[in-house]
Design a binder for this molecule. Structure first.
Ligand code: ADP
Length: 247
């Protein structure tokens, strides 16, 4: 039996008659690192927005662990464990690295004012936040203001704040974008590490990263699923070559 954690059936989104995502049937298997690739304008971001329900599909279905989640709100989807890693602009730049992760934990547990004031709870969250920072190699920078972190390290913080929400399925939006070789290597290794026991769906343009760590790749072109398979399979597909050359 294949263990599919996320499935879309004929997922479609139109914008005033323009079809940005067209009848996409996606299957993401539990425990996989799955890449969503495709030229600019292919519909990758729209897909992510549909999966997190930031956008409503025009038609089609989204199933998570076999359950139809198409009608849920973004908060309900997040509570089920589908968490998207937001660009660093979503964290508080003038708070410390530790404080930002603590806020991630606070979001997960949903705190009343009472809770937030409790020293005991704050200490527990700090310990958990430090453990998460260790996972992403940021423990030594816990007290640093987020705005002062180097770019590559900010992306690691972004992953830590996502982990704080206990994702079962983590959606990563171009995690290595704009990085130099060394940071790409570091973040790639980090994604592999945090993928243990989780499923990751990522939009990624760097084919070295995709070929290095992704178990399965779905290629979108003009809103439709063009090809799917291992890196070896999709990179040998002439239609995929053509899609990229033509973009
Ligand atoms: P990708 O992330 O693969 O670059 P997008 O999902 O951002 O692609 O966009 C797919 C297509 O849908 C593009 O042609 C884009 O212009 C269009 N699109 C995305 N969002 C909207 C919107 N809110 N209104 C109208 N068109 C949109």
């Amino acid at each position: 039996m294949t263990d599919v954690i996320l499935e879309t059936r004929q997922l479609t989104r139109e914008f005033k008659g323009f079809t940005a995502v067209s009848e996409v049937n996606l299957q993401v298997r539990r425990g996989h690192i799955h890449a969503l690739i495709g030229p600019n304008g292919a519909g990758k971001t729209t897909c992510f927005n549909l999966l997190t329900r930031f956008l409503a599909p025009t038609s089609g279905q989204i199933l998570f662990n076999g359950r139809d989640i198409t009608g849920l709100t973004p908060v309900q989807v997040a509570r089920l464990g589908i968490i998207r890693s937001f660009q660093i602009s979503a964290v508080f730049p003038h708070l410390s690295v530790l404080e930002n992760v603590r806020i991630g934990l606070q979001r997960r547990f949903g705190s009343s004012f009472q809770f937030w004031r409790s020293d005991h709870v704050l200490k527990q969250w700090d310990a958990q936040a430090m453990a998460l920072l260790e996972t992403v190699d940021l423990a030594a920078l816990a007290g640093v203001k987020t705005v002062d972190l180097p770019y590559g390290r900010k992306r690691a913080l972004e992953i830590a704040t996502t982990l704080a929400m206990e994702p079962e399925l983590m959606l990563l939006d171009e995690p290595t974008q704009g990085m130099g070789h060394e940071d790409v290597h570091r973040v790639t290794e980090l994604i592999q590490r945090v993928s243990k026991g989780r499923t990751i769906l990522m939009v990624e343009h760097n084919m070295q990263v995709v070929s290095g760590i992704c178990d399965r790749i779905s290629v979108l072109q003009r809103g439709a699923l063009l090809a799917e398979g291992s890196y070896a399979e999709v990179s040998a597909d002439p239609r995929v070559m053509e899609a990229y050359m033509g973009s």
